[in-house]
Ligand binder design. Sequence first.
Ligand code: SAM
Length: 257
Amino acid sequence: MLSKLSLLLGNSSSRNWKIEDFSGIDQLHLGGIPATLALLDWLPSSAKDGLDIGCGLGGTSRLLSATRDCNMLGLDLNHQYIEAAMLLNKNIHPEPSCQFVVGNSLNLPFPKHSFDFVISQHASMNIDQKETLLKGLYRVLRPQGHLLIHEIMLQQQATESNVLYPTPWAHEKNDSHLCHWHTFKDLALAIGFKVDNFEDNTEAALTWIRQTRQQKLKPPFTPPLALGPSAAVMSTNVLSNIEAGYLTVVSARLCKP
Ligand SMILES: C[S@@+](CC[C@H](N)C(=O)[O-])C[C@H]1O[C@@H](n2cnc3c(N)ncnc32)[C@H](O)[C@@H]1O
């Protein structure tokens, strides 16, 4: 992916890349840029230092830097994604105020009280140890800090074995660790978070997937570049899983008192 991306950026006649030009590869969540902007409506304007866990190619961090003047740190396990995030950043003028680092959301290499907020978009579905994750996020947040989540979860009656794979976050069932919102919420409350906003985005996500599947994506920055040749099957499976009532999409704002 990296060499292809470098080639595309290097060969292109347009050197004036805008953040939105990369949304086909760096907004790897349902709803794309509009969903990210809707989530950011819940962010207080005083929140400036942010951590983007499972940042992928860094689109969310770039939007936060550009629209909210935030200093962002994007963290991801996948070193190729981090290198791509840095490369994309360098190709935007002015360069967004973001740094990117390879790391594990379960073992955050930051002192306590480092951030005003943490954002997690479709980044907890691979993580089995949700309690460890939430405890670590609570630790690095400052008092009155916020955790914004936008995640795919299991519908009330569904189990992981109902879900069709591959999906964008997991090639097979063993790579996936979906949970129910009530489980996630109970863990967060037990750790000390308060849940002060919640929204079920499932219907909006369905509309968005159906619309994007009908549109002709603008090459060259399209999902197969980031997700590989199975990108179309992944998208079909996500649509089927939601239509069948197995998956739901939720947004929430959790506050550290
Ligand atoms: C579906 S992608 C979403 C990327 C990005 N948040 C976005 O919305 O465009 C999920 C990302 O989480 C990352 N990830 C999974 N488990 C992780 C972990 N334990 N620590 C850090 N990143 C992780 C993956 O490498 C992947 O880039």
